[in-house]
Design a protein around this ligand. Structure first.
Ligand SMILES: [Cu+2]
Length: 482
């Protein structure tokens, strides 16, 4: 059938019968610009990490999008507030899901309580400024414009009001998906993630309402690099979830404004990546690059249970600036695919071959026991710098969301025997230290009772802690009580 026939039939009847006829014939259009739209539909918008229902086999429609801009205070991390500028009240902004050929009627509303004018530039738009020129809207006003989605793919949208960098840095970005005709192949779970870098007057972790720092932004010297607008948006109770055997699709964008993301999921391999959000599919990818103002779609099947950590593999951003999320996969373990630790052996290249790791009972202090408090402190500090430092840091300050502080730790100071037990046996499960929750793993430390007594004495007598002295006898008592 020719295009003119289709259009003719459509205007005459637009009935079910003809709609199903379009299903098979739409591909015959010369260009996506010619795809006709049938009926109107209000777009479903979702806040991250959720995405709207897939388009499936629906026809191209006139799709009404109503997006409200809200300037509102939020929390960057514990105790740190930030004035976010948002599309739809969240960072990133509401997810918009369209299909190729849709005619999007976009209503951009600037809430009357907002202080500034804004607009929107959608990378899915073919037209001047991606819509920015037609959508510049003052507080208390609404602007309407429309566009046709010509190219399938995953696209970034953002505010483009001067100073553009500042509007983006404050959280004004999101994703708009244009599905191909017939929709993307179905998967079990879909999630929406967007990275962004934030620049605050105070250093990372400095409390209070933090204003935007223009100079740091110009220097691309970010204090926070985060997924979904804040530290911890995708960790702990907010973690993404899945079940073993499911296929996951991630829609990942990067709002920037400054930094490029090396997106990686620790312990997973992307079966498929829609490179840069377009049609090109790369397979079996470890880390995919997401440019500022760009996006990518990844698909992978989760075969093994456990917690998988999402990071920007510019790794200090993950562990020190917040670019860390979690995907918790529930289900059966699969020992064939991943055994877990099988054995922990001592490796001595010049020794008598492989032996089993001694239990703490068999560990004998290599050094002469400390005779005084000063010696305990000295030896304890050595052990601390060799053993504990990597996680709990030089001044016992820990690392937010990963390693709890030992400095002024209410948890530590409340119970000496419990602290001894943690160093003896390790610790996992949720604990609260100074009001913050941690749910991680501290492995068993291979230390003698003397060394444990010294290191804990050092910890208790440093950084504002309760100045307890821990003796070898106390350590042995805890050890034998189990
Ligand atoms: Cu803006």
């Amino acid at each position: 059938m020719k295009q003119s026939h289709l259009l003719f039939g459509f205007t005459l009847l637009s009935g079910l019968l003809l709609n199903s006829c379009f299903d098979s014939k739409e591909k015959e259009y010369q260009s996506t610009a010619d795809i006709p739209v049938s009926r109107e539909m209000i777009a479903e918008l979702t806040s991250p990490p959720h995405v709207p229902t897939p388009v499936g086999r629906r026809k191209a429609k006139k799709l009404i999008v109503e997006m409200e801009i809200l300037e509102k205070e939020g929390e960057m991390t514990d105790g740190v507030k930030y004035m976010y500028w948002t599309f739809g009240g969240t960072v990133p902004g509401s997810f918009i899901r369209t299909r190729v050929g849709d005619e999007v009627e976009f209503h951009l509303q600037n809430h009357p309580d907002n202080k500034l004018p804004h607009n929107i530039d959608m990378h899915a738009v073919t037209g001047p400024g991606g819509g920015a020129e037609s959508s510049f809207v003052a507080p208390g006003h609404e602007k309407t414009f429309s566009f046709k989605t010509l190219n399938p793919g995953l696209f970034v949208y953002h505010c483009a009001t001067a100073p553009v960098g500042m509007h983006i840095a404050n959280g004004m970005y999101g994703l708009i998906l244009v599905e191909p005709e017939g929709g993307l192949p179905p998967v079990d779970k879909e999630y929406y993630i967007m990275q962004g870098d934030f620049y605050t007057k105070g250093a990372n972790g400095e409390r209070g309402l933090q204003p935007f720092d223009m100079q740091k932004a110009v220097d691309e010297n970010a204090d926070y690099v985060v997924f979904n607008g804040k530290v911890g948006a995708l960790t702990g109770d907010n973690a993404l979830t899945a079940k073993v055997g499911e296929t996951i699709r991630l829609f990942v964008g990067n709002g920037g404004p400054g930094l490029v993301s090396s997106f990686h999921v620790i312990g997973e391999i992307f079966d498929k990546v829609h490179v840069e959000g377009g049609d090109l599919i790369n397979e079996n990818v470890q880390t995919t690059l997401i440019p500022a103002g760009g996006a990518a779609m990844m698909e992978f099947k989760v075969d093994v249970s456990g917690t998988f950590i999402l990071v920007d593999h510019s790794i200090f951003r993950a562990f020190n600036k917040g670019a860390l999320g979690m995907l918790k996969v529930e289900g059966e373990e699969n020992k064939t695919l991943y055994s877990g630790e099988i054995r922990d052996d001592i490796y001595l290249p010049e020794g008598p071959g492989i032996q089993n790791m001694p239990t703490t009972d068999e560990i004998v202090a290599s050094e002469i026991p400390a005779k005084s408090f000063e010696e305990q402190m000295e030896f304890g500090k050595q052990t601390y710098m060799q053993t504990c430092f990597a996680c709990h840091q030089a001044e016992g300050q820990g690392i937010p969301n990963a390693f709890p502080p030992l400095a002024k730790s209410d948890y530590l100071n409340a119970d000496v025997d419990r602290a001894i037990g943690i160093v003896l046996h390790g610790k996992t499960g949720e604990i609260t230290v100074n009001g913050n929750k941690y749910n991680s793993v501290m492995t068993r430390q291979m230390l003698s009772p003397d060394e444990i007594a010294n290191v804990l004495t050092y910890v208790y007598n440093s950084w504002g802690n309760s100045k307890k002295v821990v003796t070898k006898t106390m350590v042995e008592k805890v050890k034998n009580s189990k």
